[in-house]
Design a protein around this ligand. Sequence first.
Ligand SMILES: [Mg+2]
Length: 353
Amino acid sequence: MRKIIHADMDAFYASVEQRDNPELRGKPVIVAWKCTRSVVCAASYEARAFGVRSAMPAMRAERLCPTAIFIAPDFPRYREVSRGVREIFRRHTDLIEPVSLDEAYLDVTENKTGLPTATLVARAIRDRIRQELNLTASAGVAPNKFLAKLASDWRKPDGLFVIQPDEVDAFLLPLPVGRLPGVGKVTEEKLAKLGIRTGKELRGLELAVLEHEFGRYGVRLYELARGIDQSEVVPDRPTQSISVEDTIERDLTLDELEPTIRRLAERLWSASRKERRAARTVVLKLKTSEFKTLTRSHTPSYPPSSCEELTAIALKLREHVDLGSQQRYRLVGVGLSNFREPERATAQPVLFE
Ligand SMILES: [Mg+2]
């Protein structure tokens, strides 16, 4: 029997902003770029009271909560805080699976500190996060990942909820099926048509029926209804590199590639922001009309801290290509590699995005 903790920082980015700027405390804070196509990265609980949610278009959030204070996200800083949280986790276990900067699964079946129960480990972690980082985390403790995740949500914010092995049924049977992982609107409606609204009703369905209705996911539903989830906590396998590339419609010269490189750098930048760590090296990849591939790279002393910086480096890498200005290219790519743990705060330059 495993002992799993799901730890989830409360309104993480917004809480970091409120922690670091006392004027923001107690106020509706929305972490987002305030432009037409951007979405809410995080909302303080004061903003959530107006219906603002993560991933909602920023413009909609502003309509819902006109008094909200918008703060441009500062991912390098959130990554740094996230690293501090991870350090606290690591005192208890090395089996840590980060889901995002603010969320992770921990397998504490065996833990380093000798605390007798997973509940005590979760409590210790929450205490240290509060004392050392001045932030709050909610935690769920359960015999597996899916129940731990449900549990961490149960007493949010700043809550701890434990599902003991002998309490699984009491928790699961009355649960609306929409709360189960993977059950979205469509599945929920389909289940409702079968007369299934709760965990208990779902458990009444035979495996063959579920498989017939939902294919492979039906098997998963059958297991979820019984509190079964064998998935393991998979420790982070650090990303080595990420890249994006485009085959161009007609072959272009290096000069003509500028708009394409800008577009690729933008895509790469948003992909890289999902990474907990920052990448040091920027790579430009080119394939000539004659199918010759070449790469050029540059490693600045600090990881690029904005899309503009990344774009500038990628564009400048063209100067290191010496095939002449008439050479044409059929493919271009931009990449980031050499991912590093964020440096300590003191070593970081001031970063604005
Ligand atoms: Mg969170």
